[in-house]
Design a protein around this ligand. Structure first.
Ligand code: ADP
Ligand code: MG
Length: 260
């Protein structure tokens, strides 16, 4: 992935006939607090969707529902052909099809980079050590981190740690990658290298749902912007339509608040 290794290959184009994720009237409440209020949208194969919205608008909750860390109160979520909101669904099988990276605390401090990346593959997928390490080293090499495989996370910068966490999420070749504010805890200097990695994954055809406050990155890298506001989808369209040409005053005010 480093050094323009993929620069000459065209990114796979979005296949609108293949829906990787589909939310259909999803409702999620915490007590009286309706966090997701009949939310519907879908993500096609190879599509990168930026999930935007003010703090507390439900971005993380939505991702947790997709990853089955939270149960929805109503509506359906489909991962490919699987209704993951069906109570009979096998949660472990669903989780194996999704790669997840959060804002912080992604790596175990007492384990080497290599063990962090291989742990889930060995424990959950039951891969043997050789297979897991071969895959992990290949992923680390692509981001120029194979030399750090035997280091502990505290020897790495925050940006390197997040890139390692993304490698771990890629171990099982997930159908969908969920990135929840993966650069929010980083020093501004380290944000770029992580976003660069996300761009490269997009170029390689990954299907990504990412919550972010990096507006210029969302504009550049996302195929589509989904904007959450008070539990509802306020906007769902191209970056140009939603970020540059929105007519809704609240939408315009939201993006203006990020202008410096
Ligand atoms: P965002 O990621 O967009 O900042 P969140 O999904 O974290 O928003 O939170 C949306 C709303 O849901 C907030 O009002 C938050 O307080 C509430 N919330 C999130 N998780 C829980 C929980 N486990 N219990 C109760 N309320 C929660
Ligand atoms: Mg959040």
């Amino acid at each position: 992935m480093s050094d323009n290794a993929t620069a000459s290959t065209a990114a796979p184009t979005t296949d609108a006939t293949k829906k990787v994720l589909r939310l259909d009237n999803v409702v999620k409440r915490f007590g009286d607090n309706v966090v997701l209020d009949h939310v519907s949208f879908d993500i096609s194969q190879h599509e990168v969707v930026a999930l935007l919205g003010p703090s507390g608008s439900g971005k993380s909750t939505l991702m947790k529902c997709v990853n089955m860390l939270e149960r929805v109160n109503d509506g359906q979520i489909w991962l490919g052909d699987t209704d993951i909101t069906d109570p009979r669904v096998n949660q472990d099988k669903v989780r194996r099809r999704i790669g997840v990276v959060f804002q912080q605390f992604n790596l175990f401090p007492h384990m080497t980079v290599l063990n962090n990346v291989t742990l889930a593959a060995r424990k959950v997928f039951k891969w043997d050590r050789d297979k897991a390490e071969e895959k992990a080293m290949g992923l680390l090499k692509r981001i120029g981190m194979d030399q750090k495989a035997r280091e502990y996370p505290d020897r790495l910068s925050g940006g390197q740690q997040q890139r390692v966490a993304i490698c771990r999420a890629l171990m099982g070749d997930p159908e969908l990658l969920l990135l929840d504010e993966v650069t929010s805890a980083l020093d501004p200097m380290l944000v770029g290298e992580v976003l660069e990695m996300v761009s490269e994954l997009k170029d390689q055809g990954a299907t990504i749902l990412m919550a972010t406050h990096e507006m210029s990155f969302a504009h550049r890298a996302a195929d589509r912007i989904v904007l959450l506001r008070r539990g509802k989808i306020a906007e769902n369209g191209t970056p140009a339509d939603v970020m540059d040409n929105a007519t809704d005053p609240e939408t315009r005010a939201f993006f203006h608040s990020y202008d410096s």
